[in-house]
Structure formats: C-alpha cells, structure tokens
Design a protein around this ligand. Structure first.
Ligand SMILES: *[C@@H]1O[C@H](CO)[C@@H](O)[C@H](O)[C@H]1NC(C)=O
Ligand SMILES: *[C@@H]1O[C@H](CO)[C@@H](O)[C@H](O)[C@H]1NC(C)=O
Ligand SMILES: *[C@@H]1O[C@H](CO)[C@@H](O)[C@H](O)[C@H]1NC(C)=O
Ligand SMILES: *[C@@H]1O[C@H](CO)[C@@H](O)[C@H](O)[C@H]1NC(C)=O
Length: 457
C-alpha cells in the first residue's frame, strides 16, 4: 500500500485525515538515481510563521511501515552546514561513498525502520531561504525556535499522518547544541500543552540522538585535540609534555605555548581532522585547510562566539555533490524554489552567535527523555576524549557497564555503556570519524536502530 500515489491512498483510507501526505512535495525520481519506488520520498519547504524564512526539508518515509515506525528528524552541524550531507552521504537511502562519482543504494539507510526527515537549518543554509539579514541573525535559542516551528509545520501541514508516531530528533557536530536546545523547546511545548489542554497537536517526543556532538565547549579544546594527536602518534613527546605541563586550559597567551601549538598544528596538517585514518581529499581545498587550522579555539566546524563562520570543512569528498545539487534537473526534482542561492556544503556567511554549549539541558531533561550519544573514535574535531569527560562529569549512575557490541562476521562494531536507568546511552563507533554513519555504516545503524527500538545494544 505504501507504493500507491498519495491521492489514491487517501481515497482508500477511510480515516478522517485533514490532509494527505504532501503530494506536491513527492519526489518520484532523481537524476543519476532513477525512479524511487520502495518508499515515499518528499522534498519541499517549511515556512516559519510570521517571517519570510523557509527551511528546506527532505523526508524519506520508512521502508518498513511508515504508518507506525518512529520519525527521526536530522540536523547537520556547523553552524551553517547542510543536512543534505546527512541525506546524500551519511545515512540516506542513496549515498555517495568517499571518492565515488555516483550514488549507490545504502543497505544501512536510517529509513529502513524509521521515517527520516532532513532539515536544512538555520535559514540561509543549503537550499533554505533567508529573506534578509535582520531575520537571519541567529543564536542557539532563536535557531531552536525556528527548528521547533519547522517541526510543527512538518507535523501539521505536511505529514499529519505521522503525528502519533514516536518522534526523535538527531544530529551531528554542532547539532550537539541544536538538538538538545530543540529538545528543551519541545519539552516546554509539551508541558504547556498538557497544562492548558488547548493544543491540537502534542509531539509524541521520546528522545534524542547526537553523533560526535559539541556539548561542553570546555571539553572540546586544543587540550583534547592534543591528546588525539599525541595518542595517534602524530606529535612527539616533547611537545605533548611541554604543552600539557605549561599551557593547560589553553594558556596560549604565553609566547612559547603559541609556538609549540603552531608546531602541533603543522604536524597535524594535511591529515583529515574528521577521520585521522581517512583520506584527506584535497581537490581545491588546500586554502580551506589552512583557514581551518587557524581557528583560534575550535576546529572550524565548531566556532564559538559572535563571528561569521568563515570556513568550510577541509578534506571532505564534496565536489561531486556540490555539482549535483546545483544541477537544474536535480533542483527541479527536489522542488527547489528560485529564491534559493547556490547550494554549498556549509554557508560561510551565516551570522550565528554560539553560546555555552548544551550540557545544562542534559541535566534539565535527565530521565525524562531517552538520550543516545555516539562517537566515532578517530575524530579529532569533537573527540571521544572530551565527550567521555563531560559524560563522566554528569556523574549519572551506570546501569550497564561498558561492553563491546558485534556486527556481521563477529566484528567489533564498538562499545557501549548505559546510565541513568538505561535512559542515557553512550556508544563508541569503533574506527569511525566525525561522520560516523558514513564511515561505519553497519555499526552506526546497529546502534541507532537498537536505540529507537528500545533494545539493548
Ligand atoms: C549513476 O548510476 C546510474 C545507475 O546506477 C546510471 O544510470 C547513471 O548514468 C550514473 N550517472 C552518472 C553521472 O554516472
Ligand atoms: C511553558 O513554556 C515556557 C517557555 O515558553 C516555559 O518556561 C515553561 O516552563 C513551560 N511550562 C511548562 C509546564 O512546561
Ligand atoms: C498552550 O500552550 C501552547 C504551547 O506552548 C501555546 O502555543 C498555546 O498558545 C497555549 N494556549 C493557551 C490558550 O494558552
Ligand atoms: C527504571 O525504569 C523502570 C522501567 O521503565 C522503572 O520501572 C523504574 O521505576 C525506573 N527506576 C528508577 C530508579 O527510575
């Protein structure tokens, strides 16, 4: 039944739906990929009420049972990077492997057992529409309100059929801030709606998933990068010892600290910071690399403080995707409107003032929603060292000790630990980098699918 065109579906379905699946947004085929027959694919815009902003979304309905399977909403990070990376490279149904010229079917697509929604946020990113600079000055709070508005649009005017399904929100990198901030807003809304009983839709929000996400900026600094570079054998003991001894907590005012750090950066340059054992695709981005490594506190994807983002991530295989997403036939297939500017991986000019991370929200929502934090362990940008540090500091009781999990062929997929009566899960995706679902497709899928099915990993 899920393959029927939406109109026919409505006629056959005697339920009292106000709207049907958004027929105008349906994507029946895509250039290079061909007809999409196994599930419903949708692409369109979510207007932010009271503004001229419109966020672009792609929904891949579940390949199993979209009527009952959970909904997972996904955000890439930056701030300023496009969720089309998640869709076309990390965990969508058709993905571009590193180094490949074309797409291939992804056996481990997240829409195997869930409907997955990719939102390009905030306005101005990717195909999303930012009408003017005043409306598009963002911080962690107003971007969360826009994301909440987008989800309400999605669930009320586009996919009311999905309202009763379990809802999870997810993301990677700087979405380690976007996602908990949005969870907080969802929690407020649910609280208010329950109290005033006047909401026609109350999200069936169950929890959130964050991959290699920035959470506590204090734990993702040069200090933790140095740990990575040293323990991966890229930096010698002299620099490690001197910096650890004399320059801790980023005391780089001292001239010798700055000199030592420059030498560390030199030793780490030309290595893919997102995946230390992965290939660094140079293409045309040597200049990008230099800018990236010059960032004062955070590797480029994670800038803190009021400033333009100003750099696109280096070493990624993205040239083919950039070309593809700017083709007229692709834009037409995805219903991209003329106001959209040239699509890019990250929007360099995004005006975004970052705050203090999202650790406080974990404490606030403790035990109330289910939380999964997964980390690829070869990522030097948001390293597992720093992540382990803030998780330990939460000091929540361990309910299942750190243990390995296996995937096909009895291979170790990674390690996992449960805390807070199993409501908090911390997983290490063994041998994966910053984009863990792209680097280790099966192991990542194993973790997220067990999590949404409430099975023990
Ligand atoms: C991509 O692969 C599909 C089949 O898998 C093929 O039809 C198409 O021509 C390829 N496109 C390019 C640009 O290579
Ligand atoms: C209602 O929402 C406001 C923020 O909009 C929040 O401060 C308040 O805690 C919410 N009330 C409940 C009961 O959740
Ligand atoms: C009830 O709470 C919701 C969610 O915060 C809000 O949008 C709505 O305006 C409230 N209704 C009333 C009557 O206060
Ligand atoms: C732990 O979770 C179980 C099952 O949801 C529940 O019955 C129990 O009360 C919880 N215990 C605590 C300490 O929260």
């Amino acid at each position: 039944m899920r393959n029927l065109p939406p109109k026919l579906l409505l006629i056959l379905c005697s339920c009292s739906l106000i709207t049907a699946l958004p027929g105008a947004d349906r994507v029946y085929s895509l250039p290079w990929i061909g007809a999409i027959t196994d599930f419903g694919l949708y692409s369109g815009y979510l207007p932010i009420p009271g503004t001229l902003k419109q966020l672009h979304y792609v929904t891949a309905l579940s390949q199993s049972n979209w009527q009952t399977d959970p909904v997972i909403v996904w955000f890439n990070g930056g701030p300023g990077c496009s969720s089309m990376l998640g869709f076309f490279q990390e965990h969508g149904p058709y993905v571009q492997e590193n180094g490949a010229q074309n797409f291939s079917a992804n056996e481990w697509s997240w829409n195997r057992e869930a409907s997955v929604v990719y939102i390009e946020s905030p306005a101005g990113v990717g195909y999303s529409i930012c009408p003017d600079e005043v409306e598009c000055a963002f911080d962690d709070d107003n971007s969360a309100l826009d994301n909440l508005a987008a989800i309400l649009q999605l669930m009320t005017s586009k996919f009311p059929e999905l309202q009763k399904n379990e809802l999870y929100i997810s993301g990677e990198s700087y979405a380690g801030v976007f996602v908990p901030k949005l969870a907080e807003q969802l929690d407020y809304m649910i609280g208010n709606c329950t109290e005033n009983k006047s909401c026609s839709y109350i999200p069936n929000f169950k929890g959130f998933l964050v991959g290699n996400g920035l959470t506590d900026p204090e734990q993702h600094t040069r200090d933790t990068q140095l740990e990575m570079f040293y323990y991966f054998g890229m930096v010698d003991q002299y620099h490690y010892t001197q910096i650890s001894k004399y320059c801790l907590k980023m005391d780089y005012q001292r001239e010798e600290c700055e000199d030592w750090w420059n030498e560390v950066e030199l030793a780490a340059s030309w290595v893919n910071p997102f995946d230390l054992y992965g290939k660094c695709y140079l293409n045309d981005n040597a200049a990008r690399y230099a800018r990236f490594m010059e960032q004062p506190q955070y590797a480029g994807m994670l800038k803190i403080g009021k400033q333009k983002v100003g750099s696109t991530p280096p070493c990624l295989w993205d040239g083919v995707l950039i070309g593809y997403l700017n083709q007229d036939d692709v834009k037409e297939a995805l219903h991209i409107i003329p106001q959209a500017k040239k699509w890019d991986v990250c929007y360099d000019m995004l005006n975004y003032a970052s705050g203090i991370g999202s650790l406080d929200i974990y404490t606030k929502l403790r035990g109330k929603y289910r939380m999964l934090k997964y980390s690829g362990d070869t990522d030097a940008v948001v390293s597992i060292y720093g992540t382990r540090e803030w998780i330990n500091r939460l000091n929540w009781d361990i309910t299942r000790e750190w243990h390995m999990f296996h995937i096909s062929g009895h291979q170790v997929g990674g390690y996992v630990e449960y805390r807070e009566n199993d409501t908090f899960v911390f997983a290490n995706i063994h041998g994966a980098g910053h984009m863990a679902p792209q680097d280790k497709r099966e192991a990542s899928y194993h973790v997220i699918s067990k999590f949404i099915k409430k099975e023990i990993i």
